[in-house]
Write a protein that binds this ligand. Structure first.
Ligand SMILES: Cc1cc2nc3c(=O)[nH]c(=O)nc-3n(C[C@H](O)[C@H](O)[C@H](O)COP(=O)(O)O)c2cc1C
Length: 476
């Protein structure tokens, strides 16, 4: 009977699996915990808030991302947020709280006294900056949890909208704060997820007790499970399969390092791994994807930043950084201006080299090959996936040409901003688009002790009309 209600099981790692529960099951488990099993709301809240703060600390270091805004809703999810803010403060972050609809119950007023005693600022909705990106590195969405039904009311409808509109589709380094949702991304349907696709897309989702069905649709880079006290009777009754918590942790990562949409990339965190021949993939694209996933999971600021080296017909090399938009079996894609210096080099000499450097993992990957423009249609797609400001910026910048001063850029930007203020489609300039490098050589470099680094190279060949890859090891 109980196991019929368990709605979904998804693979976790190699052999384990994990259970996703429905809204109804979550409510039943909550009732059981709070009734016969002797727990109280404040205990659950304390554990939830600590799990959330721990997950944040695991991914975003307080030295790099200290300013956190916790947006609290009127119910238990808001209480979890208040507890998380208190722990974040003790972990060295600088949290602020926006708690517009306060709950007049002793539990909540106690939590408010606790954060006030730590001098955590309490901001009204009106106090919030127009652009949340200006003041905050991390936004904690503690508005609505699993028991929420219906449509969010003011001011939460607007707050959800503001969080949903924050995205980093830009070429420049991280511009929007990271979003952390507690148990359910607010506004999502608890069982069905982000139904119209316009909701909050958190970077971290911290599922509490057991992940809810909507969490299966979570595509962000970090999914954690928190609240570590489910007794065996509940596990048995609901046939819950949940991951073991490592050591004394209050939260555990669900699933392995994610496959992510590089073009929508923001950020993340891990540890270096030793490279041995038998550990690498026979196909360098698979090997690259493994390392890239690990760079994402390691919390590197821009794992998709890559140095691109070109040389024109005279063979004089030049390098610059670009952001990788995509990688697949056809190659590595980035976007730029087709009249720039790199574009001129490539028109004269299509050979190029890409170099990724992932400092925290002590790794670099070199990729060499031939470059072609991507189709106009593909470029159109990349262009329109960018923020509108970046689209206008791309029109304004006649990249790599001499200009008399910054004012020229500002002037044209303002004019175009006004022209497109009605939200109409911004046409892609014809000299903006993507390039794809089709590799014929890869080198994977892993730093090791005493400078005895690993260097594994893949060179492409052909057999029976198919591409083959030969792997050799080079001395460091
Ligand atoms: C981290 C980082 C990412 C960048 N990404 C891009 C990019 O994706 N496309 C681009 O045209 N320029 C990008 N730039 C700017 C380029 O490095 C460079 O200044 C510009 O493309 C002009 O290069 P060129 O004159 O050699 O053609 C980036 C710069 C940095 C530091």
């Amino acid at each position: 009977m109980a196991n019929r209600m368990v709605s979904s099981v998804q693979s976790l790692g190699n052999s384990d699996s994990i259970t996703y529960i429905s809204q109804r099951e979550a409510a039943e488990i909550d009732e059981a915990l709070m009734g016969p099993l002797g727990f109280s709301v404040d205990q659950l809240m304390e554990s939830a808030g600590l799990s959330v703060a721990s997950a944040i600390a695991e991914v975003y270091k307080s030295s790099d991302y200290s300013h956190v805004l916790v947006i609290c809703g009127p119910g238990n999810n808001g209480g979890d947020g208040l507890v998380a803010a208190r722990h974040l403060c003790h972990f060295g972050y600088k949290p602020s709280i926006c708690y517009p609809k306060r709950t007049p119950k002793p539990l909540y007023s106690g939590l408010l006294i606790q954060v006030e005693s730590l001098a955590v600022p309490l901001l009204s909705v009106e106090d919030l900056p127009v652009d949340l990106s200006n003041e905050f590195d991390i936004l904690v969405d503690a508005m609505f949890g699993f028991s929420f039904h219906g449509t969010p009311r003011p001011p939460f409808d607007d707050l959800i909208q503001r969080l949903a509109s924050l995205q980093n589709g830009d070429q420049t380094p991280q511009t929007s704060p990271f979003i952390v949702s507690i148990d359910i991304p607010s506004g999502w349907h608890v069982d069905e997820g982000d139904i119209n696709g316009a909701g909050i897309k958190p970077d971290i989702l911290v599922s509490l007790t057991a992940p809810k069905l909507c969490a299966e649709k979570f595509c962000g880079p970090h999914h954690f499970l928190g609240v570590r006290f489910i007794p065996p009777s509940i596990l048995d009754k609901y046939k819950l399969r949940l991951p073991a918590y490592p050591g004394t942790s209050t939260c555990v990562r669900i699933g392995k390092a994610p496959k992510i949409d590089i073009s929508a990339l923001k950020n993340n965190f891990t540890a270096p791994e030793i490279l041995e021949d038998y550990q690498v993939e026979p196909n360098p694209f698979d090997q690259f994807q493994n390392w890239f996933d690990e760079a994402v999971a390691a919390g590197l600021k821009l794992p998709n930043a890559v140095a691109l080296s070109t040389a024109g017909k005279h063979g004089k090399p030049s390098s610059r950084m670009v952001l990788l938009k995509e990688v697949d079996k056809d190659g590595f894609v980035w976007c730029t201006n087709y009249e720039s210096r790199k574009a001129h080099d490539l028109s004269e000499n299509p050979c190029a080299s890409l170099l990724f450097y992932w400092d925290a993992l002590n790794r670099q990957v070199r990729v060499e090959g031939f470059v072609q423009k991507v189709s106009e249609e593909e470029s159109e797609q990349y262009f329109h996936s960018r923020l509108r400001g970046s689209q206008i910026g791309a029109i304004v910048s006649k990249q790599s040409t001499i200009i008399p001063g910054r004012h020229v850029l500002h002037q044209e930007y303002k004019e175009l901003e006004a022209k497109f203020s009605d939200g109409s489609l911004i046409p892609k300039p014809k000299d903006w688009g993507g390039y794809r490098l089709k590799p014929e050589f890869f080198e994977f470099w892993q730093g090791q002790q005493s400078r005895l680094h690993d260097r594994l190279c893949y060179s492409s060949g052909e057999a029976d009309g198919k591409t083959t890859w030969k792997i050799v090891r080079l001395a460091p």
